[in-house]
Structures are given as C-alpha cells and as structure tokens.
Design a protein around this ligand. Structure first.
Ligand SMILES: [Zn+2]
Length: 131
C-alpha cells in the first residue's frame, strides 16, 4: 500500500459553487487531477438538491395516503424511503411499483422497520389482487 497524503483543494464546481475538498492522494499531481475532475460535477449541496427533486417526483406519482394528517406525513416519508430503496435495486424494482397499491398510512407506519422480505410479500400480494 502506498502512502497517501492529505491535500486540501477549493474547487469551483460546474454549478458555479465553491466547495472545499480534502483529497487523499499519493502526490500533488494526483490531487490536482482529482480536483480538476471534481470541477466537472455539481457541488455536494446541488447533488443533494437534485436527488431530493428526483425523490419528490417519485412520490408525486404515488397515490395519496389514507389516515390522519399526522399519520399521512409520517407514512409518506416512510413510503418514500422504502420506495427509493426498492427502486434502486434491479431485483426489487417491480416491487417498488407496487408501493402504489398500499394507501393505508397506518400500514407504512407499522412496517417502517420491517425487513425487505415482509414488505416484498405484502406488496406483491396487492399486485396479485390488482391483476
Ligand atoms: Zn452547487
């Protein structure tokens, strides 16, 4: 393993924002080349923002939930987290689409810490009934 050094670089990203980066590189040239590549991407704040926009768009396609306003707010965040988690995996993508069949806020809250296989079984049951 070769020794890595810490280099601090202030990078102007393509979005126009500046951000400080601590790079662990073998030499100054390597750090400079990484910093140069970082300029081609958005800063962390902009990356986070576009991720949120994408996730909001996803949940916008899911139906309204049924429950009290407090339940709905809580359940929406849970559903979005589960939906995002499922849709990122090729294996669970189809199940992610089934999130639309469960509209009870209480179910999402009760199953917020359930493991993937429980959610998988429940949502695919909905899919069969809907078919
Ligand atoms: Zn930015």
């Amino acid at each position: 393993m070769s020794t890595k050094y810490e280099y601090r670089r202030r990078v102007t990203h393509r979005c126009g924002h500046q951000q400080n980066h601590t790079l662990h590189a073998r030499c100054r040239q390597e750090a400079d080349s990484w910093a140069h590549n970082l300029r081609k991407s958005d800063c962390d704040a902009c990356k986070e923002k576009s991720k949120r926009i994408a996730e909001d768009a996803i949940s916008a396609n899911l139906p309204e939930l049924i429950g009290s306003p407090n339940q709905i707010n809580w359940a929406k965040a849970i559903r979005q987290r589960i939906y995002t988690m499922l849709s990122r995996s090729d294996h669970y993508k189809e199940i992610a689409a089934c999130c639309q069949f469960e509209t009870r806020a209480s179910w999402w809250i009760e199953n917020r810490n359930a493991n993937a296989s429980v959610i998988f079984a429940h949502l695919s049951g909905h899919k069969r009934r809907a078919a």
